[in-house]
Design a protein around this ligand. Sequence first.
Ligand SMILES: Cc1cc2nc3c(=O)[nH]c(=O)nc-3n(C[C@H](O)[C@H](O)[C@H](O)COP(=O)(O)O)c2cc1C
Length: 350
Amino acid sequence: MLYDFFKFMAFKMDAEKAHELSIAALSNFPRTMADSFGGDLEDLEKYRVDLNSMSWCFPVGLAAGLDKNASAINFFSRIPFGAVEVGTVTPLPQAGNPRPRLFRYIEEESLRNCMGFNNKGSEKVLKNILSSDKGNKVLGVNLGKNKDTSAENAPSDYVKLYNSFKDHCDYLVINVSSPNTPGLRDLQRHESMREIFEALKEERTNCKTPLFIKISPDLPLESIEGIFSLASEYSLSGVIATNTTIMEERGNGGVSGKLLTQRAKLVRERCLSVNAEFPELDFIGVGGISSFDDVWDYWKKGGVACQIYSSFIFQGPQVLHDIREGIDRKLMQNEMLTLSELLNNISDCK
Ligand SMILES: Cc1cc2nc3c(=O)[nH]c(=O)nc-3n(C[C@H](O)[C@H](O)[C@H](O)COP(=O)(O)O)c2cc1C
């Protein structure tokens, strides 16, 4: 109800202005008041999911890019997200691309953005994290190179970021898949990824913070096996798929939400089938997930944890409650008590 009013007001404004005002309001939101957005965390334990590298108390997390500067962790960790991923953060602050750079497709529950990693830089983001209270939620930090950093110096940006955040979060993500930083997606090439992982090798010997790589939905499906193989070779924790997709007919930038669903599903399904060959790696699915049915479909294909961004903008915390109700329904139908029991027997579940 509260979100409907909030959305009614916000959708009258320019999309980025509404986003900025919302984040500013949420960053000053008393933690307990998140309950009015459905923050009731009781009984979340029955929804817990375990990955190899971490455990989430709810199977859906907030995807990167919504809280780029880690300003509203107190709010997002109070509503029923199992994990909150902040960033993308770059070593130095940067303004991003010229505005307008965020567009809504209301009918299609989709967004297009060409933000370009606008963020306040690692120093400020770390300060925000240190002054936040994430409660029992998992906190991820998504890392990107600065626009002015050349491809050959990209590994050193990731090393700097890794060292800044490794002791202050529960997992880290190397983002090489945003379409809005020129040349960034080229870092998804095997040799470039290898250079980044190689540069991080020494730093990672004494650090157990899980490290993921986030990939684009526009990669050829045949390249996915190579990414998992490299992630395994360098003992990464896993892969996150997908980032936004390029749809030239819509304009610059990356498209997310329902317009991305089909492509993201295809990529996720390939990832899940390759993941079976690399069971030591975790997989986190994201892209166009907007209902319990989408999550159920993902679980039926072998997925466990997932993230959302666009559906949270269009539906607010209700999307999380709908997913929670969907899980309760399935538990009842299948006479089971916990989500992990359901996921362990998913192929037999109705
Ligand atoms: C406005 C906007 C900004 C985003 N910024 C980032 C970002 O900084 N880093 C990142 O890894 N992904 C970013 N994303 C991508 C999301 O994390 C997610 O991968 C993508 O939107 C697909 O999920 P969805 O369909 O649920 O929105 C952004 C998405 C949107 C809509």
